[in-house]
Design a binder for this molecule. Structure first.
Ligand code: PLP
Length: 415
């Protein structure tokens, strides 16, 4: 177990960068839902709106050019962050859900009756419902890959589902319930051997571990800025340039064409073909600042710190009678995502007690209802960590957790 913080980060100092951590008066342990934002990110957005707010790509005057340059710099930084071949491979959307809808609508337009899409039971609804809709439009069939008890999606199980009918495989890199980091490189390799496209949902992985899309060998990958220190309202879809060039647009309208006549039009080159209408320039500029901030801290150090905090929390949870952690028994497989249930206690009651003790955790199905049904539980509680969380916060969480059964009037568990 990693009981020593090897990150070398000065967390006290880092927390001064996050206004909410100081003022909200709570232990924020709902980072998988959205992360907190450092002041420099908030200021970058304010700076854009106060000094050079103009519609990017549309004006020839100076502040519009400044807005365009800053927006495109955000695209270049995002490309570098995930190892894209070029900036044109980055499409900005509103969130990961919209990125996955774009992928499903556009890639789904190539499907024919009887083709198959493979999704896992673990997927967030955002990487399940858009593909089901695409399958329904084409008369294609959806097949489901099941996880093992740790939450791992295994290559051999995928291979058992793959056939010459499979056109698309879409899987989560890291489940928002298990926190397990899937071997996407091997899974994508298997899909490619059958000639299928591979789409990865990186919503939970990219915020927490360094990811290189080319090394993973996937075709499309989606994530959101707001889970990685950036603002809400910015999503990313990365795609291999040759594939994006073939894919039809999702939304049509302003800025995504080169020519329109009354009976014809030609699409703009990528990425603009996929960015119809006025873009979220302030959001992308703020996201660029979030990337710079994370790089100043060191993404490897952030991951080390999160692993240390995960070990601390998982170890404490194991010692509390009646608490069951969902997924792997090894703390290092959880990557800061600790989903659990408490015997005889409804997750909403537990979340209310945590809230009364000023601890923010999530209760419910975490937008993964089919997975909860598969696990045989209607809902769970989730504590999710970020590098800026402290040992004290983990201690408060464990202290409250150890009192919940008693506070709910549940009988003592004899060990
Ligand atoms: C694994 C996973 N996929 C997709 C999403 C959707 O992200 P967003 O709400 O930013 O669209 C989430 C959000 O929680 C997620 O955890």
């Amino acid at each position: 177990m990693n009981r020593i913080d090897q990150s070398g980060l000065d967390i006290g100092k880092i927390r001064e960068d996050f206004p909410l951590l100081d003022t909200a008066g709570l232990a924020y342990l709902d980072n998988s839902a959205t992360s907190q934002k450092p002041l420099c990110v908030l200021e970058a957005e304010k700076d854009y709106y106060s000094r050079y707010n103009a519609n990017p790509m549309r004006g020839l005057y100076s502040i519009s050019v400044m807005a365009t340059d800053a927006y495109e710099e955000g695209r270049a930084l995002t490309a570098k962050l995930i190892g894209a071949s070029c900036s044109e491979e980055i499409i900005f959307t509103r969130n990961a859900s919209e990125s996955l809808n774009l992928a499903a609508y556009s890639l789904g337009s190539f499907l024919k009756q009887g083709d198959e899409i493979i999704i896992s039971v673990c997927e967030h609804h955002s990487n399940m419902l858009p593909w089901r809709a695409a399958a329904a439009r084409a008369g294609a069939v959806v097949r489901y890959l099941e996880p093992d008890a740790s939450g791992e999606l295994k290559v051999e199980d995928l291979e058992a589902l793959l056939s010459e009918r499979t056109r698309i495989v879409t899987l989560t890199h890291m489940s928002n319930v298990f926190g397990y980091l899937n071997d996407i490189r091997a899974l994508a390799g298997a899909a490619h051997r059958f000639g299928a496209w591979f789409v990865a949902d990186g919503s939970q992985s990219i915020p927490h571990i360094p990811v290189n899309v080319r090394e993973l060998g996937v075709d499309l990958m989606a994530f959101s800025a707001h889970k990685m220190l950036g603002p809400m309202g910015v999503g990313v879809l990365w795609g291999r340039a040759e594939l994006l060039e073939k894919m039809p647009p999702f939304l049509t309208g302003g800025e995504m064409i080169t020519k329109v006549t009354l009976d014809d039009c030609t699409w703009a080159p990528i990425p603009h073909k996929f960015e119809a209408g006025t873009v979220n320039a302030g959001g992308v500029i703020a996201f660029a600042e979030a990337i710079r901030y994370a790089e100043r801290i060191g993404r490897d150090k952030m991951a080390l710190r999160e692993q240390y905090l995960t070990d601390l929390a998982a170890d404490g949870m194991r010692k509390i009678p009646g608490v069951t952690l969902i997924g792997s028994e090894k703390a290092q497989d959880h990557h800061g995502v600790l989903t659990f249930h408490i015997r005889d206690v409804h997750p909403h009651d537990a979340a209310a007690i945590f809230d009364a003790d000023h601890i923010a955790v999530r209760a419910g199905h975490h937008c993964a209802q089919p997975l909860h049904k598969y696990l045989g539980v209607p809902s769970t509680i989730r504590a999710s960590l970020m590098f800026y969380n402290t040992e004290e916060e983990i201690g408060l969480f464990l202290e409250t957790l150890s009192t919940i059964r008693e506070r709910m009037g549940c009988p003592k568990i004899e060990e």
